[in-house]
Design a protein around this ligand. Structure first.
Ligand SMILES: C[S@@+](CC[C@H](N)C(=O)[O-])C[C@H]1O[C@@H](n2cnc3c(N)ncnc32)[C@H](O)[C@@H]1O
Length: 279
């Protein structure tokens, strides 16, 4: 039988599937044979003992490498749709914390009139520059940048939003931030402090442990420290437990990706001071 192009295609596909199988088996075995992690490896207090801060790690990674790393995963996981649905809930005066390279920026387009003003913030100037560039550089034929709500940029630490007056925002947005803060409960209490207690909302799209699939959580726990040191992200935190601990009131909750992605609309809870006073 003569060698036809479809034979070459079959050969290449077969080699691809074979290599993928070997790669997956090798890495599964490598992770499986790692020693069991300490039982408290998912708690921020224990994580701080192992790696006191993740601040600055993404500065070294840089916005381009960050976007290149997460971009493909986000397409596969349809994260764009989750982001869009979350940002669509923003109203009034909006503070986005840990905005990073501005992966939500596109979803504020067209919300002028609903979102009166938007402040994109991050602790890292390197990352925030990416967000700023996203609003100022438009691809050819894109709608003019004026379709964004009026937008400002600020260097802010989510765990201590001291420059921001109490109850001054209608909406706080945090996506993939709780994995990165050294003290995520302190950050959530700050979100509560700056949000209007009567009508304000805190919008969260976060990733963490699944609490549904033991094998998934075992994988996240075993690889958590090396992942945190490389990417500044603790991917095994219990997001809903942190939200509960901070006292936020969950109004709407959705789970995706075997329970590892959590989408929440919350009302603010007690501030840090109020929580301390209540004991
Ligand atoms: C995983 S990235 C997520 C970025 C963006 N929100 C997104 O959805 O792609 C985490 C971001 O949190 C920022 N970050 C880490 N610690 C922070 C802190 N204490 N306050 C504010 N931002 C912080 C990092 O600089 C980084 O931009």
């Amino acid at each position: 039988m003569p060698f036809a192009p479809r034979h070459l295609l079959l050969l290449v596909s077969g080699a691809g599937v074979y290599s993928l199988g070997i790669y997956t088996a090798y890495h599964s075995y490598r992770i499986y044979s790692l020693p069991p992690p300490p039982p408290l490896i998912h708690t921020p207090a224990f994580q701080r003992q192992l790696q006191p801060t993740t601040t600055g790690i993404l500065d070294r990674v840089g916005p381009d490498a960050y976007d290149a790393e997460v971009g493909g995963h986000e397409v596969l996981m349809r994260m764009g749709a989750r982001r869009k649905e979350l940002v669509a809930r923003a109203r009034g005066k909006v503070l986005e914390v840990s905005a990073g390279t501005g992966r939500n920026v596109a979803y504020y387009k067209g919300l002028q009139g609903v979102v009166d003003e938007l402040c994109m913030s991050d602790v890292s100037e390197v990352m925030l520059r990416g967000a700023w560039e996203s609003t100022t550089t438009s691809p050819p034929n894109a709608k003019p940048a004026t379709s964004y709500p009026p937008t400002t940029f600020a260097l802010l630490n989510a765990e201590n939003l001291a420059p921001i007056p109490t109850h001054s925002y209608d909406t706080v947005v945090s996506t993939l931030g709780l994995c990165s803060y050294d003290d995520p409960v302190a950050a959530l209490r700050e979100f509560s402090r700056v949000t209007n207690p009567a009508t304000g909302r805190i919008l969260l799209l976060e990733h963490g442990r699944s609490n549904e699939y033991g094998a998934m959580d075992a994988f996240l726990d075993k690889t958590a420290l090396s992942h945190a040191r490389e990417w500044g992200c603790w991917w095994n935190r219990d997001i809903e437990a942190l939200v509960d601990e901070a006292g936020l009131v969950v109004e709407e909750r959705r789970k995706f990706h075997l329970g590892t992605t959590t989408w929440l609309v919350c009302r603010p809870g007690p501030t840090r001071g109020e929580a301390a006073a209540a004991g």
